[in-house]
Write a new protein. Structure first.
Length: 400
């Protein structure tokens, strides 16, 4: 199906549903323009401001082959934007006194102290500064599904360089390390996906899963249409584009850790009962924005400690060689499992924290503005600075 056919099909479902609060009409206009001017297929945008849901929009097509419309409860895979939701679990652990970000990982997980990893701190691990962005041995679905076996692989992995000296995007490995660390410190020894469901999603009533259960039917899930020519990366250095086509590059090694784990499972749209905390989250924009809103407005609903929220709002701390990312080939800034604004990827205010996902998704909290924001889509777009998401975000900030 050509891009023109996709756009025409989307136009058949151009009715934008949902609501905007008075004063936020420009966001609805921009959301509509995404379909008429920016090749949108289907998606949703949600914004909370000072705890109030001021934007909740959805529209278009959730499945380009069938033409089924995007509905109020449609959920979609958000790839790396999952990382922000995963980091929330460790923030809760920090608030409960189970975790010290400055402590060594092996204090909580003794087996981790192998292959030169004994001095790695929790902060360094969560800032992608541990040199653990790939696996030296094959890891398949059976290993990912068996957390004890996966923990052995994680513990045996040797850092690519002296931890703390360089930064490299742990595209898929980070979530596995986070999950095992959480299992060690949680009194109930729950996996990250289980913990998220019980301690964040259920209390807040979120339609979001880091471990999609069997009970979710395909009818609620959007399929992802591959990106077209309009989605050429914007603002990326040529060295990154060259790395993406080099099978031996750091970014390819990082991305190929669990290649294929996030796609269809047999005849179903997404795999069920498999946790990939760095890239396998499935949910609604409403859920993502609501979760970030809690983090942006004091965290009372989740009993977050002020010190935890202050730590998340603080500036990122670089590796000894700076913020240059050995995988992404540009300046990216990470803090405690989240991405922070940087010259290469600006969003919100200096206190903001969140994470983008491949194809265009983004969720973040802006404590300074009291914003919880999310955008999701069924049309894979630009790897960074997707014009649809950027237009929506600019519309929001032009208002507040």
């Amino acid at each position: 199906m050509s891009q023109r056919d996709i756009t025409m099909r989307a136009s058949q479902h151009m009715e934008i549903e949902g609501h905007v609060s008075p004063g936020f009409e420009a966001v609805r206009k921009t959301f509509t323009e995404n379909f008429t001017r920016r090749h949108e297929l289907g998606g949703a945008c949600c914004v909370y401001h000072q705890g109030e849901n001021v934007v909740d929009l959805w529209g278009g097509v959730r499945n380009k082959e069938t033409g089924e419309p995007w509905e109020e409860d449609t959920m979609v895979l958000i790839y790396s934007a999952t990382k922000g939701l995963a980091a929330m679990t460790l923030a809760i652990a920090h608030s409960r006194g189970w975790l010290d970000y400055e402590e060594r990982v092996c204090t909580y997980w003794p087996e981790f102290a192998q292959q030169g990893k004994e001095t790695i701190t929790v902060r360094q691990l969560l800032a992608h500064q541990a040199g653990l962005f790939t696996f030296d041995q094959p890891v398949d679905k059976t290993v990912v599904a068996d957390l004890d076996r996966l923990a052995e692989v994680l513990a045996r992995q040797k850092p690519a360089w002296q931890p703390g000296t360089r930064q490299a995007y742990h595209a898929l490995t980070l979530g596995f390390y986070e999950s095992e660390l959480l299992r060690r410190i949680d009194p109930q020894h729950r996996s990250l996906g289980q913990f998220f469901q019980e301690e964040i999603a259920s209390p807040l009533g979120l339609d979001f899963y880091i471990r999609l259960p069997e009970s979710i039917p395909d009818a609620r899930l959007a399929t992802l249409a591959p990106s077209g020519r309009f989605a050429m990366p914007r603002g990326l250095p040529i060295r990154f584009l060259l790395a993406m086509v080099n099978r031996d590059s750091n970014i390819q090694r990082a991305m190929n850790v669990t290649l294929g784990f996030l796609g269809p499972d047999e005849d179903r749209i997404y795999a069920r009962n498999l946790e990939v905390p760095s890239g396998g989250g499935v949910g609604t924009a409403r859920a993502i924005a609501h979760a970030y809103s809690v983090f942006a407005t004091g965290g009372r609903e989740l009993q977050l400690h002020p010190e935890t929220l202050q730590a998340l709002s603080a500036p990122a701390i670089p590796a000894t060689r700076g913020f240059y990312d050995e995988c992404m080939k540009l300046d990216w800034r990470y803090l405690l499992g989240f991405m922070k604004p940087s010259p290469s990827w600006p969003f919100g205010s200096e206190s903001s924290f969140g994470f983008p996902g491949s194809g265009g998704a983004l969720g973040f909290a802006d404590p300074k503005a009291g914003i919880g924001y999310a955008y999701v889509t069924s049309q894979m777009g630009a790897a960074l600075r997707d014009p649809r998401e950027l237009a929506l975000r600019n519309a929001v900030y032009s208002i507040i």
